[in-house]
Design a protein around this ligand. Structure first.
Ligand SMILES: O=C(O)c1cc(C(=O)O)c2c(n1)C(=O)C(=O)c1cc(C(=O)O)[nH]c1-2
Length: 251
C-alpha cells in the first residue's frame, strides 16, 4: 500500500529528528566540549576540519552549476561569498577565519595549507560530499546541506565552553564559530524551503531523510577518523612509516 505523504510540518519534524545522530553526540566532540582534549587533539581536529572548510565552497559551486533556477542561484551564491570572502571586502571569509583559528591553536599557515595533517579518512568523507553535490540534482544537494539545522548549537557550545576549558587558545580564533551562528540559520531557512517544496511524495520524503543521513554519516566518519588518529593515537601507518606516505591532493 502506498504510504501517504507527510504534511510539510510533519516532514520538517522528521528531518529535524535526525539531529539525534548529529556529530555533536560523537564521543570526540563530547570530549572536546567537556574540555578533555589535549592541545594535540584540538590541533588535529582544527587542521583536519580545514579540509571540510575548503571543500564547502567547491560543493556550493557544484550546486550552482547544476541549478537552472535563477532565483535560487542568486541566494545560494552568498554561501560561496561567506566562505571565500570577497576582494576588498572588510568582512572575513570563512576559510580565512578558520585559518586564524588554526593559528590561534598554535599551527602555522604552511602546515595548514599543505595538508600536512589531513587524514585519508577525512579526505574520503569530505570528497564523498563534494562528489555527491556534483552528481545529484541541486535540490538533493541542497537537502544534504541540512545538517546545518543542527550546527548553530554545536558552534554555540564551543563558544560557551572553549574559552574556559582551553585558556591557551587565542580568543580571536573563535570568530569563525561566532560568524556561523547567523549564517547557518539563514542557510537553513533557504535549504529547508527547497527541500520541503521539492520532496512531496512519501517516497521522495523518505529519500530526503536518507540523503540527510548520508551527510550525517559523513560528519560522523570525519569525527571517527580524527578520534582514531588523535585520541587513540593510531595515525595511518603508525609504526610502519611517517604519515607523509599518505596520498596528496583530491581524487
Ligand atoms: O562545526 C560544525 O560542526 C559544522 C558542521 C556543519 C554541518 O553540519 O555540515 C557545517 C559547519 N560546521 C560549517 O561551519 C559550515 O560552514 C557548513 C556548511 C555546510 C554545508 O553542508 O553546506 N555544513 C556546515
Amino acid at each position: 500500500m502506498l504510504k501517504p505523504a507527510w504534511t510539510k510540518e510533519e516532514f520538517e519534524q522528521q528531518l529535524r529528528a535526525k539531529g539525534a545522530y548529529y556529530h555533536i553526540h560523537h564521543p570526540f566532540h563530547k570530549r572536546m566540549n567537556a574540555g578533555h582534549c589535549s592541545k594535540e587533539e584540538i590541533q588535529g581536529w582544527v587542521a583536519n576540519r580545514l579540509y571540510y572548510q575548503m571543500a564547502i565552497p567547491v560543493k556550493d559551486a557544484a550546486i550552482l552549476a547544476n541549478c537552472e533556477d535563477q532565483e535560487v542561484r542568486r541566494t545560494w551564491i552568498q554561501r560561496l561569498i561567506d566562505h571565500d570572502g570577497r576582494e576588498g571586502d572588510t568582512s572575513l571569509g570563512g576559510i580565512e577565519a578558520w585559518l586564524r583559528l588554526g593559528e590561534a591553536v598554535g599551527l602555522n599557515r604552511d602546515e595548514l595549507l599543505n595538508e600536512f595533517h589531513i587524514l585519508p579518512g577525512v579526505k574520503f568523507a569530505v570528497n564523498a560530499y563534494v562528489n555527491f553535490a556534483r552528481r545529484a540534482s541541486w535540490q538533493e544537494a541542497a537537502c544534504s546541506s541540512l545538517t546545518e539545522m543542527f550546527a548553530p548549537e554545536i558552534h554555540q557550545s564551543r563558544l560557551d565552553t572553549w574559552p574556559t576549558h582551553y585558556t591557551w587558545i587565542n580568543q580571536e580564533g573563535f570568530t569563525y564559530f561566532q560568524m556561523r551562528l547567523g549564517q547557518a540559520r539563514r542557510d537553513v531557512e533557504h535549504g529547508l524551503q527547497i527541500t520541503l517544496d521539492h520532496f512531496v511524495t512519501r517516497n521522495q520524503q523518505e529519500r530526503a531523510l536518507n540523503i540527510l543521513q548520508f551527510k550525517i554519516d559523513i560528519l560522523w566518519s570525519i569525527a571517527d577518523a580524527i578520534c582514531f588518529a588523535y585520541e587513540y593515537g593510531r595515525k595511518p601507518f603508525d609504526g610502519i612509516a611517517n604519515q607523509q606516505v599518505c596520498h596528496t591532493g583530491r581524487f
